[in-house]
Design a protein. Structure first.
Length: 304
């Protein structure tokens, strides 16, 4: 049931000669590895009347890998206003149209929102064919709290505008997920450390590809690394942990450390608790040292 209170009855749609009911199919495609595409997505692409692609050259390569030959049309930020009426006309005729982006799930920092909105307004069907997403792939690899997260897209290129957005996000009690230009990565990390605080973070690039890399550390550590190493190659997904106070439940953290310290070294215990809570490793390590020293002193007093 959509927000208008009208349900989509796909069973009543007329099937086309290819067997696919008419409607707009929003199809997720791989973010790197060509085999990261669902069987349902392949069936949809094979059975649709038209595939609307952000870049037809990129999509043509994917279709060739999987042996699919269907009509292609470009749908992107440059021609969307002109192409939407044409797509709506096809849908009104009962055709099946697939919408794909260059990589991942359409509408996630990609064209498509206005098209979907107009299709819904026209009383036509929208079908999601879910699959790969750099947001979720990065989140699974980051080692940051995943129970609540916010996708914030691309930060502005200008420093002042970027700072204003980060100030807005500063109080959000969730892991933040960004797409970022590799060339701006170091500057963005430094700005985040300054405005958000030195939170734990992860830089994931080339996800699912041959040179996939995930680098984890405090924002300041990552900023210093890329300031020295230079911009990495490939597509970057940047993940930043929640505000430190949101995960620094002192009583809970102390209890967890006291339970872990008898069985492992201080550093290992601190790293484990930091990984579980998303808290700052340095702060948790310092607290672990305090607890260990206090327990040693108490033991010495009892021995005396």
């Amino acid at each position: 049931m959509d927000t208008t209170g009208k349900s989509q009855d796909r069973g009543g749609l007329a099937a086309l000669p290819g067997g696919l009911p008419g409607g707009l199919y929003v199809v997720a495609t791989p973010i790197g590895h060509a085999r990261d595409i669902s069987l349902r997505a392949l069936e949809t692409l094979k059975g649709c009347d038209l595939i609307c692609a952000e870049d037809t050259r990129v999509t043509a390569k994917l279709l060739a890998i999987h042996g699919i030959a269907r009509p292609l049309a470009a749908y992107n930020d440059h021609n969307a206003a002109r192409e939407r009426p044409k797509i709506l006309a096809r849908l009104a005729q009962g055709q099946a149209v697939a919408l794909v982006s260059d990589a991942g799930t359409p509408l996630v920092s990609d064209p498509g929102f206005k098209l979907v909105r107009e299709v819904i307004a026209a009383g036509l069907t929208v079908v999601a064919i879910p699959g790969a997403s750099a947001v979720l792939a990065g989140l699974t690899l980051a080692g940051l709290p995943s129970d609540r997260f916010l996708f914030a897209g691309f930060l502005p290129a200008k420093a002042g505008e970027r700072a204003a957005i980060l100030e807005e996000l500063k109080g959000v009690r969730a892991t933040l997920v960004f797409f970022e230009s590799a060339q701006r990565l170091s500057d963005s990390l430094a700005a985040m450390a300054d405005i958000l605080g030195d939170r734990p973070a992860a830089m994931a690039r080339e996800l699912t590809k041959l040179h996939e890399e995930v680098r984890r550390g405090a924002l300041s550590e990552l900023a210093a690394h890329y300031a020295q190493a230079g911009a990495p190659k490939g597509e970057v997904t940047l993940l930043v942990g929640p505000p430190l106070e949101a995960v620094a439940d002192t009583a809970g953290m102390d209890a967890a450390l006291r339970a872990a310290l008898p069985f492992m070294p201080v550093k290992a215990a601190a790293e484990m608790i930091a990984g579980l809570t998303g808290g700052a490793r340095k702060a948790i390590y310092a607290r672990a040292l305090e607890i260990r020293e206090t327990e040693i002193k108490q033991t010495d007093l009892h021995d005396d």
